[in-house]
Design a protein around this ligand. Structure first.
Ligand code: SF4
Ligand code: SF4
Length: 154
């Protein structure tokens, strides 16, 4: 399973240069950012799990660091080997969701659909006006609906 994601994202071509780490926005978003959750770290862990039978880093599909990625694609654009860190993380997240449904996802408090990952939701909540926090726990469709309900003239 992981093998296919590694192939499709090109992660097997990674030369460990670190350029993706330098442009990854997670470094500014998370105070505890480290190589462990960086794109390079995720690639290393996924490759290790795929090519060794040992459990060196733990199961990548249960790694909470997977859910911090914004999907921005900055690392992909700068990678000299054409590795897509975005496609790798998205592919691993899909496999992870099959193992641990909804565990790392903020669910809409109105309809129950996934809104975003919990680490990203926490980051956004820290950045915005507290008065707007209730909108952040809604999916885009419910957000619009609630806004309309609150602002429709009687
Ligand atoms: S920029 Fe590309 S080759 Fe360099 S560490 Fe990141 S994924 Fe690997
Ligand atoms: S797609 Fe994810 S891992 Fe890659 S640079 Fe953006 S936030 Fe970092």
């Amino acid at each position: 399973m992981i093998n296919k994601v590694l192939e499709q994202s090109g992660a097997m071509l990674c030369v460990d240069c670190g350029k993706c780490v330098a442009v990854c926005p997670m470094a500014e978003m998370y105070e505890d950012f480290s190589m462990d959750i960086s794109p390079r770290g995720i690639i290393q862990k996924a490759l290790s799990q795929n090519f060794t039978s040992g459990d060196i880093f733990g199961d990548i599909l249960e790694d909470a660091g997977l859910w911090r990625c914004t999907g921005c694609d900055a690392g992909t654009r700068i990678c000299p080997e054409g590795v897509s860190c975005r496609d790798l993380v998205k592919g691993l997240q899909t496999l992870s969701k099959e193992k641990q449904p909804d565990q790392n996802i903020l669910l809409c408090t109105r309809c129950g659909l996934g809104v975003t990952s919990l680490p990203i939701a926490n980051y956004i909540q820290k950045q915005v006006n507290r008065k707007k926090l209730d909108y952040l726990s809604l999916c885009p469709a419910c957000r619009q609906q609630v806004y309309m309900e609150r602002n429709t003239m009687e």
